[in-house]
Design a protein around this ligand. Structure first.
Ligand code: PEP
Length: 252
């Protein structure tokens, strides 16, 4: 039985007290890991150690970014080792908001994944096309290019130990999720491309982009969708719980 992942990306939201309240709410509605379903939340850096000290019981912790170096003169940056030290097991790398705002390249994202894994964090590597790229029929080409460059920088072994999130940029925060057909098609293309690069291990492929309680079950029914990276809906305990429960149902 393959493991499903439901990962919440809290982005730049919630003060520590609010983060604690959300974790308690998630536990109270059973939005926690079960056999075959891993639940991960990725709060802002400032809430990480508070949540670890409080105790997460069945919810794993991830960060939203890391630097490529272990330490040094990199003002404002946080290393994978530091994230491990505050209790993280995962780190998102290459989110489209960072590609857009910090001009992160696929090569840099690959180096971050490599660095994260060296310090014991499992990378969640984000890829996905822009609206114009989809409209001009370039989705597969863009995904192939992004994955090739990430593999070139990180190596096939690192990618085979990572999680990949397919996040079409036009679907993030827009309320316009990919259809199940679009998600399955992109995931199958990613899987075929990973095979070509000798990534033989079955890498978990998550879909991200306006996932809600209403569309989660359909997405989880796709053969190549292994879970979801959830932004907005991960801040609402009941809605996130319904997504987690849909993941659980899809394993039965
Ligand atoms: C995200 O930011 O990774 C994301 C998928 O956001 P949303 O679910 O809000 O579209």
């Amino acid at each position: 039985m393959r493991t499903r992942f439901v990962v919440g990306n809290w982005k730049m939201n919630l003060l520590r007290g609010e983060a604690l309240e959300l974790i308690e709410a998630l536990k109270s509605v059973d939005a926690v890991s079960h056999e075959h379903v891993s639940v991960v939340v990725c709060p802002p850096f400032t809430a990480l150690s508070t949540l670890t000290e409080h105790g997460l019981q069945g919810i794993e912790l991830g960060a939203q970014n890391c630097h490529v170096s272990q330490k040094g003169a990199f003002t404002g940056e946080v290393s994978a080792e530091m994230l491990r030290d505050v209790g993280c097991s995962y780190v998102i790398v290459g989110h489209s908001e960072r590609r857009r705002d910090q001009h992160e390249t696929d090569a840099e994202i690959g180096r971050k994944a490599l660095h994260a894994l060296q310090f014991g964090l499992r990378p969640i590597i984000c890829v996905g096309e822009q609206l114009e790229e989809r409209q001009s029929g370039m989705t597969h080409e863009v995904l192939h290019r992004q994955i090739s460059e990430i593999i070139e920088a990180a190596g096939a072994d690192v990618v085979s130990k990572s999680v990949i999130a397919y996040e079409p940029v036009w679907a993030i925060g827009t309320g316009l999720a990919a259809t199940t057909e679009q998600a399955q098609d992109a995931h199958a293309a990613i899987r075929a491309h990973l095979d070509q690069h000798a990534v033989t291990h079955r890498v978990p492929l998550l879909y991200g982009g306006s996932v809600t309680a209403a569309n989660a079950a359909g997405l989880f029914s796709c053969p190549d969708v292994d879970g979801a990276l959830v932004g907005g809906a991960s801040l609402k305990a009941m809605e996130f719980a319904q997504i987690v429960h849909a993941a659980r149902d899809s394993t039965r």
